[in-house]
Design a protein around this ligand. Structure first.
Ligand code: GLN
Length: 288
């Protein structure tokens, strides 16, 4: 099936008829407005006021392809190749997780708790698209910020985003499960949103996440759910200054276990924070 005419309103009708087996009406409308913004540079009001607008053949083709992709439950962020995070438009692709609202909350929590005029050294572990360090850098020009990831493809994208926003974050390919013996500088802050979804939780996840987002960035084995946190705390032993802070995004079911681990390593002022859905999603702790 193809879009019946080149009028914007017919594009909407077509999107509704093609996508209604997969999504509810509200979701379809939000996809439609995002596609109009992206391909036609029209905001929602303009789209509503210009229902009769005639699209070019190439614009129609873009809508056709996007609707076809949406039918496979490909995330709209991968179709558009970008998404908004902390008020910035980040490029994303299938080598990186789609930045989530809960991760924005983590960034805003750091910005709220820390002194953004201090020239601190910050490391983001498992940086993906670079959304955490780049967002921090835009609010914190004096900080020296680095992002590391095991994935060379993710780092290419992070570097691209870094250029787009004119931020000076450094990126390096490092596997935190096998970190180098020495790191280039001592850190005031380590932040990480590592893989924390248990393999057994896969059954609860939607197809759009399971089929398209990188498993490498999401999953840990059930028998060692805190693997990444343990490695990071171990790395922090040598690399985080005394009084330095750890900020983690966490699996809502693992907060208590992680607090016990941090206490065992003598971390103090451990704070667990809920996200907007009232799930225990973030943790901050100070090294002794
Ligand atoms: N919050 C992500 C999700 O639920 C998981 C992110 C992660 O594993 N670090 O899909």
């Amino acid at each position: 099936m193809r879009i019946p005419s080149n009028r914007l309103n017919d594009v909407l009708k077509f999107a509704k008829s093609e996508l209604s087996p997969f999504y509810d009406e509200k979701e379809i409308l939000s996809f439609y407005y995002l596609l109009c913004e992206h391909y036609l540079h029209l905001n929602k009001t303009k789209v509503i006021l210009n229902a009769d607008l005639a699209l070019s053949e190439s614009e129609l083709l873009k809508f056709n392809f996007a609707i076809k992709d949406l039918k496979t439950e490909k995330p709209i962020q991968y179709i558009l190749g970008e998404t908004e995070f902390c008020d910035l438009q980040f490029k994303v692709n299938e080598h990186t997780l789609i930045p989530r609202p809960e991760t924005e909350e983590l960034v805003y929590w750091i910005l709220e708790k820390e002194n953004k005029t201090a020239p601190l050294h910050i490391l983001d572990i498992g940086t993906g698209s670079g959304c955490i360090p780049i967002s921090l850098a835009t609010h914190w020009p004096l900080a020296k910020i680095k992002g590391i990831d095991i994935s060379a493809e993710a780092l290419d994208l992070a570097k691209f985003n870094n250029k787009c926003f004119n931020t000076a974050v450094q990126f390096e390919q490092i596997d935190i499960l096998n970190p180098p013996a020495s790191f280039d500088f001592m850190l005031d802050i380590i932040v990480s949103n590592p893989p924390y979804v248990l393999e057994s939780e896969k059954t609860l996840m939607k197809k759009n996440v399971l089929s398209y987002e990188p498993a490498l960035a999401l999953f840990v084995k059930d028998d060692d759910p805190l693997l990444f946190y343990k490695k990071i705390i171990h790395f922090a032993d040598n690399q985080l200054i005394s009084g330095g802070r750890l900020y983690f995004e966490i699996n809502e079911n693992l907060g208590i276990q992680l607090i016990a681990l941090l206490k065992a390593y003598s971390y103090k002022q451990i704070e667990l924070k809920n996200d907007i859905h009232e799930k225990a999603r973030m943790i901050c702790a100070i090294k002794n």
